[in-house]
Design a protein around this ligand. Structure first.
Ligand SMILES: [Zn+2]
Length: 198
């Protein structure tokens, strides 16, 4: 007689332990993966690696604040990153970034999501720059404390590259696409222009 095994597969089984932890915290992983975004390949790759918990630290501690590290820590909890952001663009923008990149994923706000990941990517490369260009101790602490300037430069470069990418791809850009951009936008004549910070 043939034995048939039945089992039910819940959503929980589809994710890794860490991904389930994120989902319990309210991160909308499935929605993030379903979004149709048009952004540079390096940022797309970054989103994929981040949500698959690809990033690790050697001793599982955050190199910036010394607290327990997982991929989400840097972008939602790290007090050092929070300080950079408040120094650069304030609390409101930081909260918007966190909400629209992890917790409130809305199809119609894909531009906001994309810009939040321009910021996340810039935070990530700022952290990497510090780790690779400083020695542990006073030097690193000093660099960390002044890193909002490095973050600012990285956001500028990333915004510019994203705009160039859209132009090269011939993407249709909605009028409100650049609402969240901090430094650059396209004017009516399709020229890249600087925005005032405040
Ligand atoms: Zn940290």
């Amino acid at each position: 007689m043939k034995t048939i095994f039945f089992y039910t597969q819940t959503d929980k089984d589809l994710f890794t332990k860490n991904q389930n932890k994120w989902i319990e915290k309210g991160v909308k992983l499935k929605k993030i993966w379903q979004l149709k975004i048009s952004c540079m390949p390096n940022i797309k790759d970054f989103i994929r690696k981040l949500t698959f918990n690809f990033f690790r630290t050697i001793n599982r501690k955050c190199e910036l604040c010394d607290n327990k590290f997982d991929s989400l820590h840097l972008f939602t909890e790290c007090k050092i990153v929070e300080k950079w952001e408040i120094d650069l663009y304030g609390d409101y923008k930081r909260n918007e970034r966190i909400k629209s990149s992890f917790y409130q994923i809305v199809n119609s706000k894909v531009g906001k999501f994309t810009h939040s990941f321009i910021l996340n990517w810039s935070i990530w490369i700022t952290r990497n720059f510090i780790i690779h260009n400083s020695q542990v101790g006073i030097h690193r602490t000093e660099m960390i404390n002044n890193a909002h300037h490095i973050l600012e430069r990285n956001i500028k470069i990333t915004e510019l590259n994203q705009i160039r990418y859209l132009i090269l791809k011939g993407q249709k850009i909605k009028e409100d696409y650049f609402l969240d951009f901090l430094f650059f936008e396209l004017n009516i004549s399709k020229e890249i222009v600087r925005k005032d910070l405040r």
